[in-house]
Design a protein around this ligand. Structure first.
Ligand SMILES: N[C@@H](CCC(=O)N[C@@H](CS)C(=O)NCC(=O)O)C(=O)O
Length: 254
């Protein structure tokens, strides 16, 4: 058996996707924590693993795998344990349909909230020269832009409004894509779990009860609890909001 190492930040967003898939399947892995707020992901040691300087990456034996959703599919196919993809071809198509929607459309909007509400304020007080130098070292131009906007708080009103519009989705099903819990739910949970904290007027038990039920059902799973135990900072504490039995509606900005 080849060993598995997961290079990750807090057990959320893209890092949380492969981590939760590994834990659901009971795959033993070595955890390699990178502090995103300390720019560990752009240091030469990690660029030797993933030259794009983004998290997560997974090493399996000699193989290095990147792209969180593709890693989840690799984990599902390579390892025994509970199936995280349905047997029915149409259901599998639906799981992939949802994952594409989340990665391309919902995820970037949820991420924008995360970067404007949590990441930017967490680093903004540091020495501007140091921050500037750290941003200059980022390999991907689009990540440089995201960091600059987060640091200066310059996400435009239009892009934030569009992101809010994308959050105003309801839901009726038990699981996102198929009658069983699947990779689509793991993907969606990791992108959406913090919405009740960052957008309390959009995600709460009065406005989006089924989304709240779905988030709590995933949070209650043993693998999810193990996953969150890898958190090290206050960012990882946001998920505890799902322990509240009822989160009522609030006015925007309240
Ligand atoms: N499409 C990639 C995106 C990876 C990504 O951008 N990850 C974020 C963290 S969630 C990151 O590494 N950001 C580092 C940075 O912007 O400096 C995936 O799904 O793995």
């Amino acid at each position: 058996m080849h060993s598995v190492t997961l290079y990750h930040w807090e057990p959320n967003a893209n890092s949380g996707k492969p981590m939760l898939a590994l834990l659901e399947k009971g795959v033993a892995f070595e955890s390699h924590y990178l502090d995103l707020l300390a720019f560990d992901q752009h240091k030469p040691e990690y660029l030797a693993v993933n030259p794009q300087g983004t998290i997560p990456a997974m090493r399996h034996g000699e193989r290095v795998l990147t792209e969180s959703t593709a890693i989840m599919e690799y984990v599902e196919e390579c390892f025994p344990g509970p199936r995280l993809m349905p047997a029915d071809a149409r259901d599998r198509w639906r799981v992939r349909w949802w994952m594409k929607l989340m990665d391309q459309w919902l995820g970037p909007s949820f991420s924008m909230f995360g970067w404007s509400v949590f990441v930017g304020p967490a680093v903004r007080a540091r020495d501007p020269k140091e921050l500037d130098a750290a941003v200059e070292r980022i390999p991907l131009p689009e990540r440089r832009v995201a960091w600059r906007k987060a640091i200066s708080g310059q996400f435009s009103a239009e892009e934030l409004a569009e992101s809010k519009r994308r959050c105003e989705l309801g839901g009726r099903r038990e699981w996102l894509a198929s009658p069983q819990y699947s990779l689509a739910d793991i993907n969606g949970f990791n992108l959406a779990y913090a919405l009740p904290v960052s957008q309390p007027h959009l995600a709460n038990d009065d406005v989006t009860p089924n989304i709240m039920r779905w988030l709590r059902a995933i949070y209650a799973r043993p693998a999810t609890r193990k996953c969150w135990a890898y958190g090290r900072t206050n960012l990882a504490k946001r998920v505890a909001i799902l322990e509240q039995p009822h989160i009522g509606a609030v006015r925007e900005g309240a």
